[in-house]
Design a binder for this molecule. Structure first.
Ligand SMILES: [Zn+2]
Length: 475
C-alpha cells in the first residue's frame, strides 16, 4: 500500500520541480506519467492488502439417513445443524480457501468435484482449496468407495454442490480485513486413548472392556504418548473492528455428543465452539474449524449426556483466544499442493492375534482387511501447505497420530503452525512407528491403509512445502 503512494508521489515531486525549469508541455507530460503511475501502482498495492470473506451453508442430512459409526443407526431428528463454513482469504493476487465441514470425512471424488464446481464459478485455483472435515461422529455415514457405497448416496451426491456454494458465497463476501492470531492452552477434556499393558508391552485402547479387568490387565504403564494442548484461533475483523469470522484448529476426536442414545444429528463440539463465538461476537461471525492430528486423541468420555458442558470447555478457550489475539500486519497469503504416491500397508502380514488380543473376533475385521489388501500398491494422496502471514497450515489426508502433528510443528520454519488432518481425502489412521510396534485398534489393516514409509513421506512432503513457502517470503 505504502509503495503505491510513495512511488507516484516521488514522480509528482520530480514533475513539479521540473515544471519550474522546463516548458508547460514538459510538465503536462510529467503529470501524465504521475497519473499513469497511480493507475498501475495503486491497484497493485490494494491487491496486496488482506481481504477475507466468510459464508456458511446448511449440510444437515435428511432425517432417516444413516449415522456414521459401526452401528449405523438411522437418525431420528436434529440436535444442531451440520454446516459447511467457508473462508476465502486473499492477498497479492492469491486466494486461499479453507472450508470446515461437519462431516466424519471427505472422499477424494467428493472434494475433487467440489473444487471443480468452485473453479467453474470463480477465479480460485485448485491448489488453494482445502476442504477440512471436523471428523464429526454425529454426522452421516460416508462410505468408502466400494464398501457399502450406496449408503446415503442421494444425500452424499449433494455434498460437492453444497460445499462449493459455501465457498462461492464466501468469495462474494471478500472485503478488507484486519487479522490477529490467538491461542489457548487446553489441558482438560482430551486424552491419549492408547494405554500400555505391562503383561505384553502392547497397547490397549481406553474404550476396551478388558482395560478394567484386573485379571486380564493386572498393570497399565500409563498412556503411550502425549496430547496436543494448543487451540488456535485466527480472527478476521472488518476495519471497524467487527469480527467477520475465525479459523480454528484443535486436536481431539469430536465424539462427545450423545448420538448413541439419541440418534440425532449434531456438529458436536466444533458446532458448540462456532455457536459460542457467534453469541459472543455477533451472528455474522463464522467459525471455520480444522481438526488437528487427532488419530489417537479423544475426550475421556464419549457419547456423554452432559456433552454440551464438556464442549463448553473448548468453546470458552476459543473465546479467550479470540479476546487475546495479537494483530498481524500485511500478512502474505500463499499455498502449495502436491499429490504424492505412497505405498499402502501390507495387510497380508498382520498377525491374527493383533485383533484377538483386543477382545474382538478376528473375523470381525476380515472385510476391512480384504478392502486394504485389494487396494493398489501405491495410493495417490493430496498434501497441502498454506500460510496467512506467520500462521501456517500443513495438511494430511488421514487420521494422523498426534506425535506426527507435533513433529510438523517442531520442524516448521513458521512462528505458528497447525496440522489439518483428513483434508481433501481420506486414507484411514496413520500411526507412528512405535504405535505400529505396540499394535492397538488404529494399526489394524482396514482402518490403516498407508504404510509407515508412506506416512513418513506424506509428513515430510508437508514440511518441505512449509519450508518452500517460508523461503519465498520469510516474514
Ligand atoms: Zn477417528
Amino acid at each position: 500500500m505504502l509503495l503505491g503512494f510513495l512511488v507516484p508521489s516521488a514522480i509528482l515531486l520530480t514533475c513539479v520541480m521540473k515544471s519550474r525549469t522546463t516548458s508547460p508541455l514538459a510538465s503536462a507530460a510529467a503529470c501524465l506519467v504521475f497519473l499513469s503511475a497511480c493507475l498501475f501502482l495503486v491497484p497493485g498495492a490494494l491487491a496486496a492488502e488482506l481481504h477475507a470473506g466468510f459464508a456458511q451453508v446448511d449440510i444437515t442430512p435428511p432425517i432417516g439417513a444413516i449415522i456414521t459409526g459401526p452401528m449405523g443407526p438411522r437418525s431420528t431428528s436434529t440436535d444442531d445443524p451440520l454446516k459447511a463454513r467457508a473462508m476465502v482469504v486473499a492477498s497479492g493476487g492469491k486466494k486461499l480457501v479453507i472450508v470446515g465441514v461437519d462431516l466424519v470425512k471427505i472422499r477424494r471424488d467428493l472434494s475433487d468435484k467440489a473444487i471443480e464446481l468452485v473453479m467453474q464459478q470463480t477465479d480460485i485455483t485448485r491448489d488453494g482449496i482445502l476442504i477440512c472435515p471436523s471428523h464429526n461422529h454425529s454426522g452421516p455415514l460416508i462410505p468408502a468407495d466400494g464398501d457399502n457405497a450406496k449408503a446415503n448416496k442421494e444425500y452424499i451426491d449433494t455434498l460437492p454442490r453444497l460445499i462449493s456454494d459455501s465457498i462461492v458465497l464466501a468469495s462474494k463476501a471478500l472485503q478488507p480485513v484486519r487479522m490477529s492470531v490467538g491461542r489457548s492452552i487446553v489441558l482438560e477434556g482430551h486424552i491419549n486413548r492408547r494405554l500400555v499393558s505391562k503383561s505384553d508391552g502392547l497397547v490397549l485402547n481406553t474404550w476396551l472392556k478388558k482395560v478394567n479387568d484386573l485379571k486380564e490387565v493386572p498393570q497399565v504403564l500409563g498412556t503411550e504418548s502425549v496430547i496436543d494442548p494448543e487451540l488456535w484461533l485466527v480472527r478476521f475483523d472488518s476495519p471497524e473492528g467487527k469480527m467477520l469470522g475465525t479459523l480454528m484448529n484443535f486436536t481431539c476426536h469430536p465424539c462427545l455428543h450423545d448420538r448413541i442414545k439419541t440418534h440425532t444429528w449434531s456438529a458436536d463440539y466444533p458446532g458448540v465452539i462456532a455457536d459460542t463465538l457467534a453469541k459472543e461476537f455477533g451472528p455474522q461471525a463464522v467459525g471455520v474449524f480444522m481438526q488437528g492430528a487427532s488419530g489417537n486423541i479423544q475426550p475421556p468420555v464419549c457419547w456423554a449426556p452432559d456433552w454440551k458442558e464438556r464442549a463448553a470447555v473448548f468453546a470458552n478457550a476459543a473465546v479467550e483466544a479470540a479476546k487475546t489475539a495479537v494483530p498481524v500486519e500485511n500478512p502474505v497469503v500463499d499455498f502449495i499442493r502436491r499429490d504424492v504416491d505412497v505405498p499402502r500397508c501390507n495387510a497380508e502380514t498382520q498377525r491374527p492375534q493383533a485383533i484377538s488380543r483386543l477382545g474382538w473376533r478376528p473375523e470381525s475385521f476380515e472385510g476391512a482387511k480384504k478392502t486394504a489388501a485389494s487396494m493398489p500398491r501405491l495410493l495417490n494422496v493430496p498434501v497441502s501447505a498454506a500460510r496467512i502471514g506467520p500462521f501456517a497450515i500443513a495438511t494430511n489426508a488421514g487420521e494422523l497420530f498426534v506425535e506426527w502433528g507435533i513433529s510438523v510443528k517442531k520442524r516448521s520454519p513458521f512462528p505458528h503452525t497447525v496440522l489439518s488432518e483428513l483434508t481433501n481425502h481420506w486414507v484411514g489412521y496413520e500411526p507412528t512407528e512405535l504405535a505400529f510396534k505396540h499394535e492397538g485398534y488404529e494399526t489394524l489393516a482396514g482402518v490403516n491403509f498407508v504404510s509407515l514409509e508412506g506416512i513418513q513421506s506424506l509428513v515430510d512432503t508437508a514440511v518441505e512445502m512449509l519450508n518452500e513457502l517460508w523461503k519465498k517470503d520469510a516474514k
